[in-house]
Design a protein around this ligand. Structure first.
Ligand SMILES: [Zn+2]
Length: 316
């Protein structure tokens, strides 16, 4: 397909969303060339819908709490595709949906070629491993874990141990939303479960208070001794200066590249949060696509596609 026709087709698709609000995805999913036009993978975005009668919010939440009010799969792809992003890993968001992953797995069922899901299971309930295997049949190739307050050694509950062991067998990744203070305990868990695929979200949130400390970066880099650990270089709106062009993050990205290599780093936006204030999607992908100068073209492709593809885009 010529570049002219791709542009006009993309414009048409984007216009379709704005004009009638119908699915941009249905038209695109039948096109064999879709991944050539939009080759990159966003390894982390959330979506939600104001249709709370079909997809219930967790107790205490109402449609008024949704901010933005709507960020559906269609709205996400209308922003992502012009940036060359054709596939996205959808991440469970407990704030609105608790442990209920049904809105994300519904998106996967409608468009399994475009999406994979990082879900959540409650490790304090029985049969966490069985739940993980069932969700694998619905496109869930990773599970988010977060430190639980009030639980001594949250990484060593029976359910959490079952999750890490199950993930080692299924290939689903344990995805850690943590702060720098949690890096030592996560490293210890990686040592106990060397065969478990692990992904650290958002640089381990190094720089979340505005300060990118060498000690924190060193601890993050030290995780590279565990060969199944990968890092999401993502959520720029939340780290360092928290403003485009995000270039203050480049030295940390370079350190991680030297420690992990491009095979173990993946870019992600963390939408819709990257779409707030001065932050935007274009500035997020531009940091990796255009600004860093220490990678080869092939390595840049790994950061923007291949690492996430190998980590998340597999079938049950
Ligand atoms: Zn997120």
């Amino acid at each position: 397909m010529s570049s002219d026709s791709s542009v006009s087709r993309r414009t048409l698709l984007a216009g379709g969303v704005a004009a009638v609000g119908t699915s941009v995805l249905g038209a695109e999913s039948s096109a064999a060339t879709a991944f050539d036009e939009a080759p990159w993978i966003d390894a982390h975005s959330h979506i939600w819908t104001p249709d709370t009668s079909r997809f219930k919010l967790q107790p205490g939440m109402t449609v008024e709490d949704l901010a933005p009010k709507s960020f559906t799969a269609d709205e996400l792809m209308a922003i992502a595709r012009p940036a060359g992003v054709g596939r996205v890993v959808l991440i469970q968001h407990t704030l609105f949906h608790g442990y209920d992953t049904s809105y994300l797995t519904d998106a996967w069922q409608r468009h399994p070629e475009l999406f994979r899901v990082v879900g959540m299971v409650d490790d304090l309930r029985p049969n966490a491993g069985r739940a993980m295997r069932q969700l694998l049949q619905q496109g869930v190739t990773g599970f988010r874990i977060v430190p639980r307050t009030g639980i001594t050694d949250w990484l060593q509950t029976d359910g959490m141990t079952e999750m890490w062991k199950t993930a080692a067998e299924t290939g689903q990744s344990i995805c850690c939303l943590i702060n720098p203070v949690n890096l030592p305990e996560v490293s210890a868990a990686c040592g106990r479960h060397p065969d478990t695929p692990v992904v650290i979200d958002h640089f381990g949130r190094v720089g979340i208070d505005g300060q990118i400390r060498d000690g924190d970066v060193n601890q993050l880099c030290a995780l590279s001794k565990h060969t199944n650990v990968r890092i999401k270089i993502s959520a720029y709106y939340a780290l360092g200066n928290k403003q485009p062009p995000h270039h203050e993050l480049i030295p940390m990205i370079r350190r991680l590249y030297e420690a992990f290599g491009a095979d173990r780093l993946m870019w992600a936006s963390d939408c819709p949060y990257q779409l707030d204030g001065n932050n935007n999607y274009a500035a997020s992908i531009a940091l990796i696509r255009d600004a860093i100068d220490f990678v080869t073209d092939e390595e840049r492709r790994k950061l923007l596609r291949t690492t996430a593809e190998k980590t998340f885009f597999f079938d049950a």
